[in-house]
Design a protein around this ligand. Sequence first.
Ligand SMILES: C[S@@+](CC[C@H](N)C(=O)[O-])C[C@H]1O[C@@H](n2cnc3c(N)ncnc32)[C@H](O)[C@@H]1O
Ligand code: SF4
Length: 351
Amino acid sequence: MPTGRVEVEQLQALDFDGALERRALVDPFGRDISYLRVSVTDRCDFRCVYCMAEHMSFLPKADLLTLEELDRLCSAFIARGVRKLRLTGGEPLVRRGIMTLFSSLSRHLASGRLEELTLTTNGSQLARYAREIAAHGVRRINVSLDTLDAEKFHAITRWGNLQDVLAGIDAAQAAGLKIKINTVALKGVNEDEFPRLIAWAHGRGMDLTLIEVMPLGEIGRLDQYLPLSAVRARLAERYRLDDTDDRTGGPARYVRVIETGGRLGFITPLTHNFCESCNRVRVTCTGTLFMCLGQEDAADLRTPLRASESNDLLFAAIDEAIARKPKGHDFIIDRRHQRPAVTRHMSVTGG
Ligand SMILES: C[S@@+](CC[C@H](N)C(=O)[O-])C[C@H]1O[C@@H](n2cnc3c(N)ncnc32)[C@H](O)[C@@H]1O
Ligand code: SF4
């Protein structure tokens, strides 16, 4: 990690090694790849029922990219035109030394090459890290929270404690971070709680986004599948929901709740209506690049990263992968076999 000006300059020379002669990342369908999500660990201090099995086996440490390698990988994408970077996991804040990665990546915010560095977190470690995260130039974060009921929270997360997350949210807001709450909609679990969550989040100046549960991993959770179209229809009986044009290039649609003045998002990953504007790719903590959350195709970036100190091989592997980015995804719940069509856990790609 850089400690002085000379080292930062050396790192920047490495970042852009060979990059300037290369084009921005544009896929075969003309979509500019400007958003990278990086899972920095597969580990987590929670075991959410829709995300992880209770007894997970995690990757051996040697398979993980080091923090330096993660920095180099992110920097290579930034050199090729990525403007928005989101760190996720597993739980990103349980990765040891993670603040050094925020610190080193912040040089791209300072240089203006990166527009936004952000984070998706379960909030459990925010009380400890919020100030430091804000000091490294992070402005907005997503915090996942499915319920405000302590017992339900424990049942959903298995290992989590609601008070820790609420304290983390307090600390993040005190540090000036803007927060969006992500809530997975679960049939028979939190479906009665959405008005309460809306009032709470909007009352604190936070956006709230509802996420349709996705068929990933051997979840066996199809019984909890709750279509957001039904949720929206029910909410529309109670609130005035005004459509907005706000789009993120991802699967979220936003409405303004007139009664609260806040924004409410709906993420319906099973629908195809966002693929044409998809500007994002994902890298796992082992350096595997997924061009689409809903497809199995992936590219190994760890080998070219480790093969040479120059970025030439890495850029070539990225180019080759982006040229294969599919037009759209293939999410299907295979109802006959009661299993998901894509078998990766969300904690692998970080959502
Ligand atoms: C995998 S987590 C990683 C970051 C962090 N641990 C967190 O929970 O925010 C990212 C997001 O994916 C969501 N998620 C996990 N499994 C999911 C599933 N099967 N369907 C829909 N969303 C899921 C989580 O609720 C969370 O908002
Ligand atoms: S959703 Fe996030 S907090 Fe929950 S188990 Fe998955 S990675 Fe951990």
